[in-house]
Ligand binder design. Sequence first.
Ligand code: ADP
Ligand code: MG
Length: 553
Amino acid sequence: MSESSFVTTSGGQQVLVLREGSTQSRGKRAQNNNIAAAKLVAELVKTSLGPRGMDKMLVDSMGDVTITNDGATMLKEIDVQHPAAKMMVEIAKAVDGEVGDGTTSSVILAGALLGNAEKLLEKGVHPMLIVNGYRKAAHQAQKILDEIAIGVVAEDKATLTKIARTSMASKIVSNDSAELAALVVDALLQVVAKTSEGKDTVDLDNLKVEKKVGGSLKDTSLIKGIILDKEVAHSGMPKRVEKARIALVSSALEIEKTEFDAKLSISNPAQMQQFLDEETKMLKNMVGKVSDSGANVLICQKGIDDMAQHYLAKAGILSVRRVKESDMVKLAKATGARIVNGLDGLSKADVGQAGLVEERKIEDDKWTFVEGCKNPKAVTVFIRGGSQRVVDEVERSMHDAIMVVKDVLENPAIVAGGGAVEEELSYRLKKWSSKLEGREQLAAEQFAIALEAIPQALAVNAGFDPIDIQVDLREKHSAGKIWYGVDVLGTGVRDMLEKDVIEPVGIKEQIIKSATECSCMILRIDDVIASSKKGPSMPPGGMGGPGGMEGMD
Ligand code: ADP
Ligand code: MG
């Protein structure tokens, strides 16, 4: 693979251009290598697509095991070496970040696009023509999506639940997806807000996801409030307060230490006592201010002095200390309290409300639950499950479900899944591409064919004959049955809209965008120059990719 790092000048002199040990591969060979690597990554995730897809067990260098069906997670955990393969990992990450679901599909699509491009390259079509054809086709695909997407009422619970269920259908949690989908929808409807234009918007900062091994998946619940992974500060305090009135304080309940060293000269024991009494009085005063505000629960972002804890306990005030700032903000949103800095500013109006504040023992930890808030603008999803691996995968699945519901709230249009939308896009793009001129037409046609990789992979994973399915699907779509896809839980090709397998159109847009970008980027490369592994880590030249050749972040 290595070619000489030297060039010879016209005068016969040898000049070292690349650092010793660098490898370079050029032209066709570079292209073939890149495509092969990217296709391999796509093959790797293909078997996990859809409800009949299998999970992957990944073992990292530390021996930690992750079991997952989530495309982004799979690729994050595998230590991919080849720079082109790394780009595939990047698109999975990009899709995960933008829309949250559809990561496996985007990688499969990128792999299919590159595979089809390879066929054209072999026939001598210039890569730039393929890139142009692909870009045009992707643009047209977005237009078609706009045309065929079905507008929905954004806050319609039934639709949202179906969408959440579709995204969870391919995960370990699919058996419990009815309850979990309802839970996700309730959580999001609780925190959804309106933009100035009257559109729905969801800030995921207002949705806390806590997980803890123990119990079973069925114990997973929606807390109308916030869970704090902190115990009540003092054993003498109440552990349960109903109809809680909550004060949120961001400063410490301690006597401030001076910045400089101060010396105190005491000549007799009485003076010492006087000094201590003064401190006690100050702390007592602070606690008095909390009681005056009417609060029976105090949540403090900083520390609470032992003596202050004692007086708070005496006053029957449940207190929690050293709470994270982000949790303080969520608490304010959930309870309607205002965070005050310094107790002097604390008034009755700053105190928030919750139905119940209680310390509970969750496995080995004591956590404080602030729940039963009236119309909270921040809530917590509390995930339970039999083992750490289950809890972790449930969290990932919930993340996907939360994201798809958010997507459809913010952009209320849907399409049918099960490969139906991909097949319809493929059908319409083929027709459209015939109107293009020259070699771009060939590329656009290959783009259309690549989209069929999704229904094909679903069919293969379900154990169906992919050729039969392809023929059947093409026939249905040419007859105008646009939502026919692969019913992997049934027996073949069905109307997926009737099967309630629906997805936000935003996800499909993102999948096409990311897969096209990635495949075009790889196609444009005709030179890979990789510096040697030795020495300070340098980015692989020419790839423009971040990081060296070693492990990924
Ligand atoms: P991704 O990471 O791309 O979301 P998934 O493994 O979650 O991959 O699979 C998603 C695919 O499975 C989508 O194409 C979706 O339409 C399809 N799917 C989900 N539920 C069903 C179902 N009941 N029947 C057929 N296809 C389904
Ligand atoms: Mg999915």
